[in-house]
Ligand binder design. Structure first.
Ligand code: SF4
Length: 382
């Protein structure tokens, strides 16, 4: 298909009217070179949903181990046990890090790691119990769908039983990782061995049916095609339709339902991975993908420009390209390290606010499920 320069006018009309875009519309967006028109449309939608607010949160990421039974080709994070740089944090250390974050004002810990071949299910339960008992009010967002399937295997429990046990131990919600691109060909080239889309969706569908909110991701800019990105977004949209309908139909507090809070489009970082020869996304393809995500996912409230993945400067720009959230303080992030960055990747609240204000938006602190947090007597920073 040849690249078109202009965007078909019917797409702009549909977006203005709040109508859902089709797969063909998504392809037309992908094939258009008029990225400014795409950005303007995405901004219209984002403004309709959130006005001039841009969200951030006080969080702390904890990657409890980089030891992983798998070897996804796009991943530069994993190590094999005994390999230089391999680590696993004892339960006490994970709890201690969470406690420090809590004392420093964090409202959320985001805990994910590799698929450790020997850690027992109790390790994960002990982490959750230890944090929830010693850090009241701290939301624990933990374990991607891939980790949940791994836990169901090691614990010999169903996905639902695992989620119920984790929730009883303190789990608050699920992050969106492990989705990558929902396509078997891409799966076999870039992350063979990982769970396929059916399992990823089973985990999130089950979580939603239990009233556990979650996020979704899309790892873009590696071996996938534009068509596969659009299909990925539409598959997420379909589950969200289902989950939102179930929320609407459920009017009993005894059967709470949940859905996706946000999509986090993840810009592929080739450095250090087996796919290191690939060029990776450019700034413009990042912006285009974020904007198209906003336009296609009409039923997911938030699109995140995660400053670690898209970079600080581009995330700031992305707030005018359909995104309404920059994520948070992070502090420590071991999964993706850009050239020149180590594991300590931290943004302070004043820095986040300044970036958001400079981009022309009003910074609003949120919790994990996007409830606004208004702190009294807070010193307003520059
Ligand atoms: S992407 Fe996840 S499952 Fe794959 S190798 Fe890396 S840590 Fe392991």
């Amino acid at each position: 298909m040849t690249a078109r320069t202009a965007l078909p006018p019917e797409i702009a009309e549909k977006v203005a009217a709040g109508e859902r875009l089709t797969f063909e519309d998504g392809l037309a967006l992908q094939n258009s070179r008029d990225i400014h028109a795409i950005g303007r449309l995405a901004h219209m939608v984002r403004t309709r949903l959130h006005g001039n607010k841009a969200f951030y949160n006080r969080n702390r990421h904890i990657n409890y181990t980089n030891v992983c039974a798998l070897s996804c080709r796009f991943c530069s994070f994993y190590r094999k046990r005994g390999e230089e740089g391999a680590y696993e944090m004892p339960v006490e250390q994970v709890i201690e890090v969470a406690q420090k974050a809590h004392q420093a004002g964090a409202t959320e810990v985001h805990i994910v790691g590799g698929l450790h071949p020997w850690l027992k299910f109790d390790y994960y339960l002990d982490i959750l119990r230890g944090i929830s008992q010693s850090c009241p009010g701290l939301h624990i967002k933990a374990f991607t769908a891939v980790e949940i399937v791994h836990l169901s295997r090691i614990a010999r429990m169903s996905i639902e039983e695992v989620l119920v046990a984790l929730r009883e131990a303190g789990l608050g919600s699920l992050p969106g990782g492990g989705a990558e691109i929902f396509d078997d060909r891409v799966h076999d080239v870039a992350f063979k061995g990982k769970v396929r889309e059916d399992k990823w969706f089973e985990v999130h569908r089950t979580a939603h049916s239990l009233g556990i909110f979650s996020n979704a991701t899309m790892l873009y800019g590696h071996v996938e095609t534009p068509e596969q990105r659009i299909r990925h977004l539409i598959k997420l949209r379909e589950l969200q339709d289902e989950s939102l309908q179930a929320m609407k139909d459920s009017n009993s507090p005894d059967t709470p339902r949940a859905a996706f809070n946000c999509l986090v489009p993840l810009s592929f970082a080739p450095e250090g991975s087996e796919l290191g020869e690939l060029p990776g996304p450019t700034g413009l393809s990042d912006l285009k993908t974020l904007a198209i995500s906003r336009l296609m996912l009409d039923n997911v409230p938030h699109i995140k420009a995660f400053w670690i993945m898209q970079g600080v400067g581009l995330s700031q720009v992305a707030l005018s390209w359909g995104c309404d959230d920059m994520d948070g303080t992070v502090v420590w992030y071991d999964i993706t390290k850009r050239v020149g960055h180590g594991t300590h990747q931290e943004m302070t609240v004043p820095q986040l606010k300044r970036l958001i204000r400079e981009a022309g938006f009003v910074p609003v602190e949120r919790d994990t499920v996007y409830r606004e947090i208004h702190r009294e007597n807070e010193v307003v920073s520059a």
